[in-house]
Design a protein around this ligand. Structure first.
Ligand code: ZN
Length: 265
């Protein structure tokens, strides 16, 4: 976290310390959440306690917006909070501090889409969505997909949308390259990710093993790779070891060691 406090600037840290003191997550609820999310296994004591702090701040600072008449239970809120905070555990809370609401839908939601093609024709269609990330705005999640996330099988809608938000931190544009740390090389990132993306597009076998949504565009590739990184990194390591290495440098976490029961040296 080079120089930066995990909970941000001195002023924010003060406010967030008050949140931690006044609105702690109950012990039983926290332990149940740890047990219910296999992707959290292998976290060290210090990491677990930082995740708990981040989740506490998340629950306080983000507004949950369910549809009218739908009550979002505390367990689901906490599940969203831990899975949204996991990707920034090594980065600092401020990486997800620039947006304020989480819009939730009970099921996959239908969005009326409009696409204007080159001939000027507007195509409209209904698109069932599992999640969305808006530049400078909220993330949108289907509860059905939140419940399908965190099991260690490679699918995670919360991590996916948070990865888009991290990707968008540079100018609100998702292009598959989030703002990198000073010790990372942007051209190396772009070369490795472009090569892996093209390779995936060209391989039917790999598209069966890896969610083929990753082959849509570079931004989806980054978001889907991030899902595997936190759920089942072996899938990335098998075909794209260099991608795994760059994600490890970016997220500042070694998920392969942690999730396979052995820590990296
Ligand atoms: Zn996406």
């Amino acid at each position: 976290m080079t120089g930066m406090h995990p909970l941000g600037s001195p002023l924010r840290r003060l406010r967030r310390a008050r949140t931690l003191a006044r609105h702690p997550i109950e012990e039983a609820a926290w332990n149940k959440t740890l047990a219910d999310h296999p992707i959290l296994r292998g976290l060290e004591e210090g990491e677990r306690s930082r995740l708990r702090d981040f989740a506490t701040v998340f629950l306080r600072e983000k507004r949950f917006e369910p549809p009218q008449g739908f009550v979002l239970d505390d367990e689901t809120k906490l599940s969203i909070a831990v899975q949204a905070c996991l990707p920034v555990l090594g980065l600092g809370f401020d990486w997800i501090g620039d947006w304020s609401s989480v819009i939730v839908h009970p099921d996959e939601f239908v969005e009326r889409r409009h696409d204007l093609d080159e001939a000027g024709v507007m195509h409209e269609y209904d698109d069932p969505l599992t999640g969305e990330a808006h530049p400078f705005g909220p993330i949108v999640l289907s509860i059905a997909d939140v419940k399908a996330s965190g099991w260690g099988d490679g699918y995670n809608v919360v991590v996916h949308e948070v990865a888009h938000k991290l990707d968008m931190r540079e100018g609100g544009v998702a292009n598959g390259c989030p703002p990198l740390h000073a010790d990372m090389d942007r051209s190396a990132w772009q070369a490795v990710f472009a090569r892996a993306f093209e390779d995936l597009r060209g391989s039917r076998r790999k598209r069966r093993a890896i969610d083929s949504y990753a082959a849509e565009n570079p931004s989806e590739f980054f978001a889907v790779m991030s899902e595997y990184f936190f759920e089942d990194p072996r899938v990335i390591v098998r075909d794209y070891r260099e991608v795994y290495g760059l994600l490890e440098s970016f997220y500042r976490q070694s998920t392969l060691g942690r999730l396979s029961g052995r820590r990296a040296p």
